[in-house]
Write a protein that binds this ligand. Structure first.
Ligand SMILES: C[S@@+](CC[C@H](N)C(=O)[O-])C[C@H]1O[C@@H](n2cnc3c(N)ncnc32)[C@H](O)[C@@H]1O
Length: 468
């Protein structure tokens, strides 16, 4: 079989990247990715069990409207075909491989980028950025390394045989994944009323865990007066004012958040020792703005820096943690709290939780839902040697119906917003509509399960406290 990729094609893309021809790099990478997707599909159609092949044919016929074969599909249609037919999942089951990094990278993001490029070129506006082009190239390398890049046809065949799957090297896999995560923009908007109510309920769940973190932090600081606090991603201060309690000895507490509406609202009222500032944690001027704010507030350094459920919305949480470390007094404490979807357990849900999580992960707007496990490495990595971890499982045991429903809303409600955002962006995209409808139907099923007294669900909250 002929080889469809030559080394010089990659050289060409590398050259485009070096020379700043980012849109060409994206187009070239997508063209190769398109070819890979077609090859794999063709192989799947001859290798997979009959029921899988039937599903593939149905998907192909839907997307091609019964007239166009996959051979004529563009990149977006191919990605749609893979999503709709869950081809990689089928392939994974057939070969006994979990497909690793390949399955965790959403190609939807690249489709979006590719669409944007076509659109923007037409109007001669903004180009693709270097990091976006690099992201697509990394993704391509990942797929190539997964299927064996020198001879793609042989690679595809080999990867399809149950024992012969070629795994990506940890290095390429991880770096591309990190790159991908870095580019993910969370579509989260806390000013939405429902979401704010959910956050308030959520705040009650973690009250005990935060009390433990604050008590430990204040004990380690060894002083219960004139403490200065900082809350990162404070929203409207609801949690801030219930965590930085006066009995710990706080004299002044600053809350920062980029949501202008919320910050303006709280700034218009008197909140005593709590002062709020509108600031973007990812802005290039963050350090200047922090230093101006500290000067204005007469603050030299902070004793306690706290951040709940915020770092996973950022493109580069470690960079922020590194900056924050500077503003922490020697002997001061940083407390971070988040969740980790890997710590979820459910029985008997028949795989529903996994399906909901998978559907979320494929969305471009999703935040990093597996961040709890990263706290320790993040903090150690930036020089904190004294890090304590705290864990809490909330579960349905001992909950009455109302509490179980509340618990369901806390853990699942927001997930439909990811699929809804895709529909909002492209209302006519049949794939997005289908994803969203499936998500709503699955959430309904999940809610019904929570109503059953013998259904078990548990979820993990993670906190880390580091002392400088
Ligand atoms: C899930 S909410 C958590 C709010 C609060 N800490 C709590 O525990 O309920 C995340 C908050 O992070 C804020 N946020 C996200 N990205 C931000 C950024 N780049 N700069 C500042 N705030 C940001 C959002 O506006 C939002 O208020």
């Amino acid at each position: 079989m002929e080889t469809i990729i030559k080394g010089d094609q990659l050289e060409k893309i590398k050259h485009f990247l070096q020379q700043g021809y980012y849109d060409s790099a994206v187009k070239e990478s997508c063209a190769i990715l398109e070819e890979i997707l077609k090859r794999i599909y063709r192989q799947a159609m001859s290798e997979l069990p009959i029921e899988d092949r039937t599903a593939l044919m149905e998907g192909e016929s839907k997307i091609g409207k019964g007239t166009k074969s996959y051979v004529k599909f563009g990149f977006g249609e191919l990605v749609g075909l893979y999503n709709r037919t869950r081809l990689l999942e089928r392939w994974g089951k057939y070969t006994g491989s979990n497909m690793g990094i390949i399955r965790s990278i959403s190609l939807d993001y690249i489709v979006e980028l590719r669409n944007r490029l076509t659109h923007e070129q037409a109007s001669m506006t903004e180009d693709v950025s270097q990091s976006e082009a690099q992201l697509v190239y990394d993704c391509l390398l990942n797929w190539l390394s997964f299927i064996g890049y020198k001879d793609m046809s042989a690679g595809v065949e080999k990867a399809f045989s149950p024992s012969g799957t070629v795994k990506p090297t940890a290095k390429t896999g991880e770096s591309a994944y990190k790159h991908m995560k870095k580019e993910i923009h969370s579509g989260y908007d806390p000013s939405i009323k429902l979401e704010r109510r959910r956050l308030k309920r959520q705040a009650a769940y973690s009250e005990q865990q935060d009390a433990e973190s604050f008590t430990y932090a204040v004990e380690r600081i060894g002083r219960r007066e004139k403490l200065i606090g900082l809350d990162i991603g404070c929203a409207d201060g609801y949690v801030t004012e219930r965590r930085f309690l006066p009995e710990y000895g706080f004299e002044k507490v600053i809350g920062i958040d980029r949501n202008k509406t919320l910050i303006e609202k709280v700034r218009a009222e008197d909140h005593g020792i709590f002062h709020y500032h509108d600031m973007d944690l990812e802005s290039r001027d963050f350090e200047d703005e922090m230093e101006d704010m500290m000067e204005e507030e007469g603050i030299e350094a902070f004793d306690v820096i706290f951040s709940a459920l915020t770092l996973h919305h950022l493109k580069n949480p470690v960079r922020l943690l590194m900056k924050l470390r500077k503003y922490l007094r020697k002997g001061g404490a940083i407390i971070i709290r988040g969740v980790d979807d890997g710590g979820m357990m459910a029985y008997d849900d028949g795989g529903l939780v996994e399906e909901i999580l998978d559907d979320c992960l494929r969305q471009v707007s999703v935040s990093d839902r597996y961040h709890g496990r990263k706290f320790f490495p993040w903090l150690r990595g930036i020089g904190f040697s004294d890090v304590k971890m705290l864990y809490n499982f909330d579960d349905t045991t001992g909950m009455d119906t109302e509490e179980r429903i509340d618990f369901f809303h806390y853990y699942f409600d927001f997930r439909q917003s990811y699929t809804r955002q895709a529909v909002d962006r492209e209302p006519d995209n049949p794939q997005f509509i289908e994803d969203h409808e499936r998500m709503l139907a699955n959430l309904d099923k999940m809610e019904e399960l929570f109503l059953k007294p013998d259904f078990y669900f548990a979820a993990l909250t993670v906190s880390a406290i580091a002392i400088k």
